[in-house]
Design a protein around this ligand. Structure first.
Ligand code: PNS
Length: 160
């Protein structure tokens, strides 16, 4: 029984995240999406909303669960009995940052990290760019699910 943890801020979840989660779910028996509950990062969405959007963005995946975590990822992985951390890799810049975290997490708890290259058509997608584009009225279809798109729509745009 192989278990993976996919950590992140998911503020909000993008189609890039969904791609990595779905691919990890085919490689592992059990996948836990762990949403960081850390107000220091000043997220746009509450932890409850971010979890809700991840759940709503995943097609029925029997072996995927979504939860929050705080503190060290290494400690969370130990508590979960996880075999690996899985993360998406979009670019060489990502690789540098992710390699350092992978080494640190392995140093702290022995947990392995598996970096999945994101699908080519999604390698430019990030939560921060999606938020910026949405804020300025740009088109975010194809970057997030319809559910997240609705949540990012400016309030005065919504039907009452
Ligand atoms: O989606 P993000 O914001 O890029 O995800 C970053 C995340 C949550 C994976 C990273 O910040 C993290 O692991 N935070 C938990 C605290 C921790 O363990 N820090 C040391 C990392 S080596």
């Amino acid at each position: 029984m192989r278990k993976a943890v996919i950590p992140g801020s998911f503020d909000p979840v993008t189609l890039g995240h969904v791609d990595v989660i779905e691919r990890a779910a085919r490689l592992f028996d059990d996948v836990v999406v762990a949403v960081l509950a850390n107000d220091a990062k000043r997220p746009l969405f509450s932890i409850e909303d971010r979890i809700d959007m991840v759940r709503a963005s995943l097609a029925d995946q029997a072996n995927v669960s979504v939860t929050s975590f705080s503190g060290l990822l290494a400690d969370f992985c130990t508590a979960q009995g996880a075999d690996a951390v899985v993360k998406g890799l979009r670019s060489a810049v990502d690789a540098e940052v992710e390699m350092q975290m992978a080494h640190m997490n392995r140093h702290l708890s022995g947990v392995e990290t598996i970096l999945l290259s994101t699908s080519a058509g999604l390698s430019f997608v990030s939560s921060s760019l999606v938020k910026e584009i949405a804020r300025m009225g740009g088109d975010i279809s194809g970057l997030v699910t319809a559910y997240v798109q609705e949540r990012l729509r400016p309030r005065d745009d919504r039907a009452v």
